[in-house]
Design a protein. Structure first.
Length: 97
């Protein structure tokens, strides 16, 4: 169980890091390239970084909601499992259902 929580935490951190880093890195290179092509330094660079930042925020929000729903489902499943286990112990280990 402890290993599962570490896996969940590491997966969540990898997703968050990806949503922060990749769009900004793409925006950095795209913005610099557009500025050189259209000789508009630094305006297209700043615009692409702003768009990528908004894209990152959206992705983080969607990802966080998905993770929270999954964590809530796992919590409810564990709670139900513990409840059934306690009920089984009260019946002397006999399952009458």
């Amino acid at each position: 169980m402890k290993n599962d929580s570490w896996n969940l935490a590491l997966r969540f951190m990898a997703n968050v890091s990806g949503w922060i880093a990749f769009p900004v890195i793409i925006g950095l290179f795209l913005g610099k390239w557009l500025d050189r092509k259209f000789n508009s330094e630094p305006w297209l660079f700043l615009a692409t970084i702003a768009v990528c930042f908004l894209f990152s925020l959206y992705g983080l929000g969607v990802n966080a909601l998905k993770e929270f729903k999954q964590a809530e489902k796992e919590y409810e499943d564990n709670k139900q499992e513990v409840s059934e286990k306690n009920k089984n112990q009260e019946n002397g280990g006999r399952n009458y259902s």
